[in-house]
Design a protein around this ligand. Structure first.
Ligand code: UD1
Length: 419
């Protein structure tokens, strides 16, 4: 198992290029099962979750290859219906197989998902919505077994704007008979990207990016080439890395259009952020002392839960007190304990964390508990005096492409070692 060793206290200087979005690429890759012909996707990041997804696609009968032009996926006409437990348990997003498999085969068997340890994360909304389209489910032996004739268009109103649920239903409905209406749909940029991709393959989706999405079913989809959107969470993490080290970074390929809430909150803290004139560069500069603020996580366009842990690290060194309220996931404050080992002062009460800023962090050995928690520990390690060792960084490898290389090139003293 690998660990990261960081010598903190060095301001970051230079340029970082943001990779393609993990959460954008995952559903797009899985939606390729809807298309018998070969699809070429540029901008698919090299990450463990992506490898898992490709492996899953292969086991389900797809031909998948990384070529110089991008990732190619050809689902052909020999798809299998059962996603094996060993893969699914490592990645919750595997449940996104359900929509495409039911649409193509009328049958799907997917183990109930695992993934990050951040709360119970049920999939009831996925299942009840697919049932409205004619699917029937049985849970047995830890598996979801789904069956249907051709799925039928339906009017679905989500109780909560679930990201994965909206994606599953989008994928299920593009080949369904008639019109599907998704109300209270999630509005995340990654959903817009999935819908834009499917439209490039001949789907008829309107309203993506809003909470009312309308899908006219078509009989088949065709090949296309598509570029996955840049990763707004990776971009936000590097903006925070510049801020926490009092450094100055130029971020290339930064999807500012999808980052309003994060940019506003960084600016409220006193971080100096400028969009470059050619719109491909975003520049972070030291803006004096950063200040503690209040943040509440919300569905998009609100502040993303996936940036909450990184902001907790930032608030630990800011002047004054800060507060973070987590409304999306239960049990998503596991990084707080580890940040406290580095000297942060944090109190948790229910779904709210109170952070007393102004602390000098000092290096220690800490343990990563989930993907974004790992990122927050890296940020804290970059700011802490002395050596920070982060164990269990396999979580980080699920979601950040070449993080230690990218950070080393801008002056961080960070290296990967074997345990
Ligand atoms: C996606 C993202 C994840 C991000 C999250 C919220 C991917 C691969 N993952 O996760 O990084 O943190 O959106 O922005 O894109 N819920 C139910 N029943 C359901 C579905 C969801 O109760 O059927 C609950 C979940 O337990 C959770 C909340 O709704 O508390 C949000 O879940 P959801 O929006 O579905 O997130 P994911 O798609 O799992």
């Amino acid at each position: 198992m690998d660990k990261l060793v960081i010598e903190g206290g060095y301001p970051l200087q230079g340029e970082i290029t943001v990779s393609g979005s993990k959460n954008g690429a995952l559903p797009i890759l899985l939606s390729c099962m809807l298309i018998p012909e070969e699809v070429t996707l540029a901008g698919v990041p090299e990450l463990r979750d992506i490898q898992t997804t490709c492996h899953l696609l292969q086991l389900l009968g797809c031909h998948v290859e990384r070529t110089p032009e991008g990732m190619t996926v050809r689902a052909g006409n020999g798809l299998q219906h059962a996603a094996p437990y060993d893969l699914v348990r490592t990645m919750r997003a595997s449940v996104l197989c359900l929509g495409p498999l039911l649409a193509r085969l009328g049958r799907a068997k997917v183990a109930l998902p695992g993934g990050c340890a951040i709360g119970s994360r049920p999939v009831d909304l996925h299942l009840s919505s697919l049932e409205k389209m004619g699917a029937r489910f049985e849970i047995s032996g830890g598996d979801i077994n789904g069956r249907c004739e051709r799925l039928r268009g339906a009017h679905i109103s989500f109780d909560f704007p679930t990201v994965g649920g909206t994606e599953n239903l989008l994928m299920a409905s593009v080949l369904a008979e008639g019109e599907t209406i998704l109300e209270n749909a999630a509005r995340e940029p990654e959903i817009q990207d999935l819908a834009d991709f499917l439209n490039s393959c001949g789907a008829k989706i309107q309203g993506q990016g809003t909470s009312l999405i309308k899908i006219q079913g078509v009989s088949s989809l065709h090949a296309c080439r598509y570029t996955v959107l840049p990763d707004r969470i990776e971009a936000g993490t590097y903006l925070a890395a510049a801020a926490i080290t009092n450094g100055s970074l130029t971020i290339r390929n930064c999807p500012l259009w999808a980052m309003d809430a994060v940019i506003f909150k960084l600016q409220e803290m006193g971080v100096n952020i400028e969009a470059g004139q050619d719109k491909t560069r975003t520049v972070v500069k030291p803006g004096g002392d950063i200040q503690g603020i209040d943040v509440t996580t919300q569905p998009y366009p609100g502040f993303p839960t996936d940036m909450q842990a990184q902001f907790m690290a930032l608030m630990s060194v800011a002047q004054g007190a800060g507060m973070i309220k987590e409304t999306i996931f239960e049990n998503r404050f596991m990084h707080a304990q580890e940040l406290m080992r580095l000297g942060a002062r944090i109190k948790i009460s229910g779904n709210t964390a109170f952070i007393r800023g102004g602390q000098e962090l000092t290096g220690a050995t800490v343990m990563a508990s989930d993907l974004r928690a790992s990122a927050s520990l890296v940020l804290a390690g970059l700011a802490a005096g002395g050596t920070t060792t982060i164990r269990r960084i396999y979580h980080l490898d699920r979601g950040y492409e070449n993080m230690e290389d990218k950070l080393s090139r801008v002056g961080a003293r960070i290296r990967r070692e074997k345990e």
